[in-house]
Ligand binder design. Sequence first.
Ligand SMILES: [Zn+2]
Ligand SMILES: [Zn+2]
Ligand SMILES: [Zn+2]
Length: 353
Amino acid sequence: MKYFTCKCQNTLFFDNSQCVACAREVGYDYETEEMVEITPGEKWQRCANGFDYQVCNWVVPAGNGPSLCPSCRLNRVIPSLSLAINQTRWAKIEAAKRRALYSLIKTLILIPSRKESQRGLVFDFLSPQPNQPVLTGHDFGIITLNIEEADDAIRELNRENLGEPYRTLLGHFRHEIAHYFWWLWFDDPKLNIELHQVFRGVFGDESVDYDAAIRVHYNQGAPIGWETSFITAYATMHPWEDWAETWAHYFLIIDAVETAQSFGLDNPRTCPLKVKDLEWTIPELPDPYGNQQYDAFISLIHQWSRMSPGLNEVSQSFGQRPLYPFVLSAKVMEKLYFVHCVCHHLPTATLSR
Ligand SMILES: [Zn+2]
Ligand SMILES: [Zn+2]
Ligand SMILES: [Zn+2]
């Protein structure tokens, strides 16, 4: 994430609705990827969810009455606001969603809403009820989020209980959006046949029984030595989960590298990766931009590998856990590279359908 500059030259951040220096009303315009000033009667107005509930800082063109921004338009069920705590939860949820969408829009991946396409995406933000648990997940273009995950204490408890090194709302969005795009791009056997074959070569055959895979995972845990082939233990469960974890990780890296570059934090040391670390099989992709993409990917990984050890130490200077509790093995880089290529290869194909 980059930073922005107010007309008064003060620094603005992605989540700001007002400049703290000059009190201008501001909002984020997803089309120009800039923060813009909101002046009554002029070009922009606040997204209706920002105006009515203070949960969104994106802008929409002014003059057509209240309307929702492209992020809020994807919501189908919002938290019940009769409970005061849900307002706070919802604000955190929307902030994480906008940040996840920002990286997709920058990568030119457009998410169609249900109004635009039958295979569009919707979000249901649900609260568990007695005897009615809510499982966060994706199903046929519907992403369900248990809104309790917006409570730090609850999410942290879940993280501990599940033995995960990292659990965030933003991570949930990236992970579930990955499942959505797998469904959009690969679920129909007529679509992207060649790429699907490559997918299976890299991640394995996803047609194996998913429910059985879940049972095995929760009974036996991840196989010993999983770190050499997977980014997280959860990814070992099934090729779909491996894809979702890898995709989420790819977007974590992209966002972190952009942030570091924007703030000038990106040149601390030489890259600790040896050339042999980078000698992994390049998946053969039906992609006219192969080499260019390879160079861009390697440069991304180098930049990230230079920065991540320093970020871990900074985090520990605060007495916190390492910020980046992950290891990029050769096999994981092969998977990340597949995500990188697919994300640069398929979006246009999707848009033209
Ligand atoms: Zn200002
Ligand atoms: Zn909005
Ligand atoms: Zn998943």
